[in-house]
Design a protein around this ligand. Structure first.
Ligand SMILES: *Cc1c(COP(=O)(O)O)cnc(C)c1O
Length: 441
């Protein structure tokens, strides 16, 4: 059998794909990617596709970027991995300094991990432990179990439709029924509110003594289908959190590194979170590196004599991986060298123009955009029609890879995409939606 056929067969035999109805997967022809170049991916047959979703929201400067490739190779010639448990390594030190410099003021400490879910998990544990350990600094052995007035702060406040990852902790602060419902018995309880300041205020006023932190995806809830928050919401949340001693965790895993037109989405409302999670675009989309940043104030609650047991006992084996950190440093250098944020802002404006005609397509319900994060909602149609899925199959025929969220067609191209490529991506998307319009009507 030819190698290509074997690969298809082995994929079906051996791989359990994430977020994938496997019965359906094995019954259909899969698309297998062999290589990438710039904003294009190439399949086994050599057919070329525009990468319309940045390989699941991560690719920043395109695939096989020479500058990042070189940085990884150079680091590989020094050391591929060395742990941060009890040792330091050079790229992680340089990256931490850089992250502190580019993130909102006050975030001065960087805790590395390897993906968005763990970055969130770390934020939750940090927030919880912070309140446990606050004001217990007058250490006396007999006081070790004594409660401070903040120790009832053990719960979290989150938004309906939130998505913060797939580990049990991050699912506990999630709110997407389809993904999260089944795990209910395993989860800790969180307060959930709609993205309305009045509701946030009501719950915080009533329950702030029990709430360690509020977690939000700033400006736009990605996995929920690119749901936009009202203007002033994030700023209002910050004000309420400060007023009622609730920490604010901003999950910038999707929105971070330029996607919304600012380096971080918090900047749109001048918000400084107490804790910030980054992952996806951090390494330019090359390697799994994530970080949880926090303030000196939170960090200080973890200081003390060994006997005080204030240490943050958390760490992943590949934390601060030198290859990943080298890729991230190179990616951040490229942001400056290529003036990427200016390019993103131009692309965002072009997108706004190009999206206008979509609104008059009969099966389009709503078009949402924040920078270069776009959700085109179809319907409403019964889920079993899988209209979103049908659109992306049409897009493949026309040379673009998309991935829907239910019946929301997501566009999130690499930040470096040229205006010509962007026009082409929108043409393909438009034609693909139009071609299935008959099905829906
Ligand atoms: C993708 C995502 C996560 C989870 O990141 P993983 O790397 O997939 O674990 C968390 N939060 C948000 C907002 C995300 O978009």
């Amino acid at each position: 059998m030819r190698k290509k056929e074997l690969l298809r067969q082995w994929d079906k035999s051996y791989i359990w794909h994430p977020f994938t109805p496997m019965q359906d997967w094995v019954a259909n022809e899969q698309l297998i990617i062999a290589r990438g170049e710039g904003c294009y991916l190439y399949d086994l047959e050599g057919k070329k596709y525009l990468d319309g979703v940045s390989s699941l929201w991560v690719t920043v400067h395109g695939h096989r970027n020479k500058y990042i490739n070189r940085a990884i190779c150079q680091q590989m010639d020094k050391v591929a991995h060395s742990t941060l448990l009890g040792l330091g390594n050079i790229p992680s030190i340089e990256l931490a300094k850089k992250l502190v410099e580019i993130t909102p003021k006050g975030l001065n400490k960087v805790f590395f991990s390897d993906n968005g879910s763990t970055a969130v998990e770390i934020a939750l544990k940090m927030a919880f432990q912070y309140w446990e350990q606050l004001q217990t600094s007058n250490f006396k052995p007999q006081n070790i179990t004594k409660k401070n007035k903040y120790q009832q702060k053990t719960k979290f406040l989150t938004l309906v439709n939130a998505y913060h990852g797939d580990t049990i902790g991050s699912v506990s602060v999630g709110g997407i029924g389809l993904f999260h419902q089944i795990y209910q018995p395993l989860l800790f309880k969180s307060f959930k509110v709609r993205p309305s300041l009045a509701e946030v205020a009501r719950v915080i006023r009533r329950h702030h003594r029990e709430i360690a932190a509020m977690i939000v995806e700033p400006m736009v809830q990605g996995a929920a289908g690119m749901l936009l928050q009202p203007k002033g919401f994030l700023k209002g949340v910050r004000r309420l959190c400060t007023q009622y001693d609730v920490l604010l965790i901003c999950d910038e895993v999707a929105t971070g590194f330029g996607r919304t037109g600012k380096m971080f989405a918090c900047e749109h409302e001048g918000v400084r979170p107490d804790v910030m999670c980054v992952a996806k675009g951090l390494t330019g989309g090359y390697l799994p590196v994530a970080a949880t940043l926090t303030t000196d104030k939170i960090y200080r609650a973890f200081l003390g004599n060994i006997e005080e047991r204030k240490t943050f006992f958390h760490g992943h084996t590949f934390t601060g991986n030198p290859l990943g950190c080298a890729a991230a440093l190179a990616s951040l250098e490229l942001f400056e060298k290529t003036k990427l944020l200016d390019h993103v802002r131009k692309n965002s404006r072009l997108l706004t123009t190009l999206l206008r005609p979509f609104r008059s397509l009969p099966i389009v319900k709503e078009v949402r955009q924040c920078g270069t994060m776009v959700g085109i909602e179809l319907g409403p149609f019964p889920a079993k029609l899988r209209l979103g899925h049908q659109v992306i199959l049409e897009a493949r025929k026309r040379g673009a890879i998309l991935r829907p969220l239910g019946d929301v067609i997501v566009l999130m191209p690499p930040l470096s995409i040229s205006q010509k490529e962007l026009r082409r991506l929108l043409e393909i998307t438009y034609e693909s939606i139009r071609s299935i319009s008959k099905v829906g009507t």
